[in-house]
Write a protein that binds this ligand. Structure first.
Ligand code: FES
Length: 121
């Protein structure tokens, strides 16, 4: 396990996301309404746009372009048009620093129990 320091808690909004560039990788650190901290890939699985600009609600983040939401705990989309999950990473908070293991993405196996229909509209 290789923990990377990403951001300090004081740099995060009360509810929302901040994009972080880690050696060219687009990562987003997100604080949900319940105070939980999540680290996700900052690229929508439907098209290559940043998710960090989207609204955070009910432990999910909304893609600003077409409105799919992704569960911050599993990475699964909860609505179309996105059908593929995004990667989420194990998070640790030490003092004021948010760290994540970016070598160990937890991407939900989409075929096991898809949150949305796999049919494209
Ligand atoms: S680009 Fe995100 S839902 Fe289409």
């Amino acid at each position: 396990m290789s923990l990377e320091p990403l951001i300090s808690l004081s740099q995060l909004p009360d509810v929302g996301a901040v994009p972080v560039d880690v050696d060219g990788r687009a990562i987003a650190v997100v604080r949900a309404e319940d105070g939980s901290i999540h680290v996700i890939d900052d690229t929508c699985s439907h098209a290559e746009v940043s998710l960090a600009e989207g609204e955070v609600e009910d432990c999910s983040i909304e893609c600003w372009l077409h409105g799919s939401r992704f569960d911050l705990r599993t990475g699964r989309p909860t609505g179309l048009p996105a059908t593929k999950p995004i990667a989420v990473y194990p998070v640790t908070v030490e003092g004021d620093t948010v760290l994540a293991d970016l070598s160990a993405p937890r991407t939900a196996p989409f075929s096991a129990s898809p949150a949305v229909s796999s049919k494209e509209h």
